[in-house]
Design a protein around this ligand. Structure first.
Ligand SMILES: [Zn+2]
Ligand SMILES: [Zn+2]
Length: 287
């Protein structure tokens, strides 16, 4: 592929095949983790969190009418994500119950965390509105924000299940490094197809969107990109010398279909390597 092609704006909405978000994620996580003794310390924590998230997403899907989505073209044309917070139809009671379950799962592994009181709908609204209040975007995240972010996931995934097929059917022009569904930043990229195309994966709703093959999604620099191959050649770590951002990349031609929730956990060693080398979020956490 020539450089101009690689830099060209993507105009079709072909994305890497992804899966998961349901009980298959839990099975996939458990089986991948068995092959990876190096993850024995962190895996039980994430399995416990995902059990809560998967159950919450299933509850949302079964208790609500199906969301019907028509692509909001004017928003896409302005670089705005499709979803507004109101589209998530968050109500206080079920949200508080979800946060309580997440907090319980978290504190089983981290008992020194003090329970937090918060206006959870307001907290959810603020993490939705500020994509930098995110894992991977802050060096330290307040516990309440971490819980709110996790609680946001089932609502976003419920909505994304309607929005993503609408985007595929009526693709907008979208050349942004943030998620067209919810506005979150990517924490994974996936290469798929022949010639290979790159999709970015949202760190919040796990939706995939097509993105130019070359260049940093955070600052768009295409000159100061470096990459390291992982021990397994299905993985690469891209480092940006311009903004110090990094992006983990999965080659779906070797590993398909890709469950982003599983891949972001099994590549946790790349996050640690990037952070150690001085890449990653520059912001410190809030209260
Ligand atoms: Zn998203
Ligand atoms: Zn960059």
């Amino acid at each position: 592929m020539s450089a101009p092609d690689a830099l060209a704006t993507v105009t079709t909405w072909q994305t890497a095949p992804t899966c998961g978000g349901d009980a298959t994620t839990l099975e996939r996580l458990a089986s991948r983790v068995r092959e990876r003794p190096d993850l024995a310390d962190v895996a039980p924590f994430w399995l416990a969190i995902y059990e809560v998230l998967v159950a919450a997403r299933e509850e949302l899907a079964s208790s609500r009418p199906r969301l019907v989505w028509e692509v909001r073209r004017a928003r896409a044309a302005n670089g705005q994500p499709q979803l507004d917070f109101a589209d998530l139809r968050v109500t206080a009671g079920p949200l508080e119950e979800l946060v309580r379950r997440l907090e319980g799962a978290w504190r089983r592994f981290d008992p020194d965390r003090r329970p937090v009181q918060a206006d959870w709908p307001a907290r959810l609204r603020s993490v939705f509105a500020d994509a930098t209040l995110s894992f991977g975007q802050r060096r330290d995240l307040a516990f309440a924000d971490a819980l709110a972010l996790l609680a946001l996931v089932p609502y976003l995934e419920w909505a994304a299940a309607a929005v993503v097929p609408a985007l595929q059917e009526h693709p907008p022009e979208w050349d942004c490094g943030w998620c067209p569904v919810c506005g979150g930043y990517p924490d994974l990229a996936v290469l798929s197809g022949d010639p290979p195309q790159r999709s970015l994966i949202c760190s919040r709703c796990s939706s995939a969107w097509p993105f130019r093959r070359v260049g940093c999604p955070f600052c768009r620099d295409a000159e100061q990109q470096a990459y390291c191959e992982g021990e397994d050649s299905a993985y690469r770590l891209y480092l940006c010398g311009a903004c110090r951002g990094y992006l983990k990349t999965v080659d779906a031609r070797r590993l398909a279909p890709v469950d982003p929730r599983v891949e972001r956990l099994v590549t946790i060693g790349m996050d640690l390597a990037a952070l150690e080398a001085g890449y990653g979020p520059q912001q410190t956490g809030g209260a």
